[in-house]
Design a protein around this ligand. Structure first.
Ligand SMILES: Nc1ncnc2c1ncn2[C@@H]1O[C@H](COP(=O)(O)OP(=O)(O)OP(=O)(O)O)[C@@H](O)[C@H]1O
Ligand SMILES: [Mg+2]
Length: 293
């Protein structure tokens, strides 16, 4: 059964889109069929998945899908991930990733929040055709407004990425509290926090302190990526328990490619980390008994 996760934090720049895109890639490497839904008018996930908006050849996006307010409306806007090999063919990861793209005018849907049933528009748009996917990942804006609420209404779980900075941790807690208080209001009483991922970790004393705070606050919900793994070149490597602040992540985002695009040691290290994220996603959310309730 398909599992739908929202990636959310009430703070900008914590790595929500990074996690959405590179987790999609890692799940795809492991053979899962993944749909990424871009519910952010910034459309960063859309671009990083290699989907370009061309005014000369406009394609339907989530702005139109949500406006349609119809069961199954998303199906008509699905597009394949645009990652390509040097020869111009879709990469192996891209073969397993579809995208519901976004564009800046998705913001216009915010004003429709008061319309009856508006919070269920994304749920409706995904109804009846997403069962062929194993996983749906929904990227969101750094707020808890209407576009994010539509995503929360449509999901089984929320994954909260947070960097270990005071304001980001507070914002992560706000997401968790919001879900607890308003899941019923969003017509989704079974919605739960599926995990907390520590991102952009630098080794400073202040961040050590914040990491302790995150573990104290979220306990077992914090995904521990650490452990010895085999890299694709056969060597042993020790993953840190979190996603560190490494330039390679930002480079992949800027270049709109998967971390797997680099065949060097740094590339293999970043791939190993995201493979660990995907492994935890599968064990905790896909294989756990009753996970996709
Ligand atoms: N682990 C990391 N190491 C280094 N840079 C990172 C890491 N994760 C993300 N970044 C970079 O930090 C910036 C913010 O990341 P990203 O856009 O994924 O955050 P976001 O939470 O989606 O932001 P927004 O709230 O604007 O949607 C990007 O330039 C991204 O490439
Ligand atoms: Mg983002």
């Amino acid at each position: 059964m398909v599992h739908i996760s929202v990636i959310s934090n009430n703070k900008g720049g914590v790595g929500k889109t990074e996690l959405t895109v590179q987790l999609a890639a890692a799940l795809a490497r492991a053979g899962a069929n993944v749909l990424v839904v871009d519910m952010d008018p910034q459309a960063n996930a859309t671009r990083r998945l290699g989907v370009e908006w061309d005014p000369a050849e406009p394609i339907p996006t989530m702005a139109e899908v949500i406006r349609a307010d119809q069961v199954g409306a998303g199906q008509g806007a699905v597009i394949a991930c645009g990652w390509r090999t040097a020869e111009g063919a879709p990469t192996a990861e891209a073969e397993n990733i579809d995208v519901l793209p976004s564009r800046f005018d998705l913001i216009n849907r915010e004003t429709e929040a008061g319309v009856v049933g508006a919070v269920r528009r994304l749920t409706k748009a995904l109804e009846g055709w997403i069962e062929d996917y194993d996983v749906v990942l929904i990227d969101t804006r750094p707020d808890l407004g209407h576009l994010v609420q539509m995503a929360l209404a449509a999901a089984h779980t929320v994954i909260i990425p947070t960097d270990p900075n005071y304001d980001s941790v507070e914002a992560a807690i706000r997401v968790s509290d919001f879900v607890e208080r308003h899941a019923v209001d969003m017509a989704n009483p079974n919605l739960r926090i599926g995990g907390v991922v520590i991102t952009r970790r630098k080794t400073t004393t202040e961040q050590d302190y914040q990491v302790d705070g995150i573990r104290e606050q979220f306990g077992d919900l914090v995904w521990n990526l650490g452990g010895v793994v085999k890299l694709s070149d056969g060597s042993d490597h020790l993953n840190p328990p979190y996603l560190p602040e490494w330039s390679r992540f930002a480079e992949a985002d800027a270049a709109a490619v998967s971390l797997g695009a680099w065949n060097d040691r740094n590339g293999r290290k970043t791939v190993a980390l995201y493979d660990a994220v995907a492994r935890i996603f599968r064990t905790r959310l896909l294989e756990a008994k009753g996970a996709a309730a």
